[in-house]
Design a protein around this ligand. Sequence first.
Ligand SMILES: NC(=O)c1ccc[n+]([C@@H]2O[C@H](COP(=O)([O-])OP(=O)(O)OC[C@H]3O[C@@H](n4cnc5c(N)ncnc54)[C@H](OP(=O)(O)O)[C@@H]3O)[C@@H](O)[C@H]2O)c1
Length: 289
Amino acid sequence: MGRRSRAAQMSRLPRGAAVITGASSGLGREIARQLPHTTPLVLTGRNASALETLASELRGSADGVDRAVETVAGDLAEEATVERLVQSSVRLGGATLLVNAAGAGVFGAVSGAPATRAAAVNRVNIDGFTLVTARFAALMVSAGRGVICTVASVGAFFPGPLVAEYYAAKAYQLSYALALDRETTPGGVRSIVVCPGPFRSAFHARTGLDATALYRNRRLPDAESIARFTLRSIGRRRAVSAPGLFLPAALYLQALLPRTLVARAVHRLQTRRAGNSQYGRRAPRPPTT
Ligand SMILES: NC(=O)c1ccc[n+]([C@@H]2O[C@H](COP(=O)([O-])OP(=O)(O)OC[C@H]3O[C@@H](n4cnc5c(N)ncnc54)[C@H](OP(=O)(O)O)[C@@H]3O)[C@@H](O)[C@H]2O)c1
């Protein structure tokens, strides 16, 4: 992208402080790096030292202007963390952008996992996401402006055998964020969703996906390019967007195929991704109703 069109894109971003969840790693960290230097930042995640390292990198002055960057280390599902985010954003003049980039997933059959596995994944993808989104939506509506950008996944459109909790949580995020958009648009606040396909970050090692054939052998886009795409989507206030052909492909499959067939196809794909027999013929069949 040329310097002029990049400048035009940046000028369409909301003016004011940005709160970024999942800023200690991957996409959240890249979005923080790519936001204009004039944007005060509130960075959050659980890893305090990773947040501090990023904050020191971004605090430096440019054009004689020092940038305000605050960090809030904590679990997003805890109300106290979200309240600290609110206090930080108020100190920086009020949040006009919330980027929901925190997320977690786990790879493997539901039947082979402890029953508590879903709760661990839902803690950030559902509980933390809902808490922070609802809190900042209310503040933004009172202020009469703001954008909430939720990073879901292309998995939001499908049932996801072998990553069941993750796809289901991403479907929740998509549905919740779009419902919110309808409610808040008249009050000057947009809630938009970005649905990337797989990209390189620590996510795959954390979820166990890095051991699978897909992630070992395929060249995936990096977090920098997905961050650029996300900022473009925020600038354009696009309700739902996905890089490349993921969105038309997802909508096409959704419109044409019954969900049971899609579940079967995703199961086959994930099994092939696993590249080992553990999830092969012995894997539980997807539900048929
Ligand atoms: N990478 C992909 O292929 C891919 C594809 C589609 C969508 N996505 C989505 O994109 C977003 C960013 O993913 P990424 O690839 O950048 O992942 P990542 O590098 O693993 O980063 C995930 C972030 O979430 C934070 N987090 C996790 N649990 C948390 C909790 N309970 N409380 C607070 N923060 C928590 C982590 O911070 P701490 O560890 O410091 O807590 C980390 O900063 C996620 O929502 C993911 O679902 C990723």
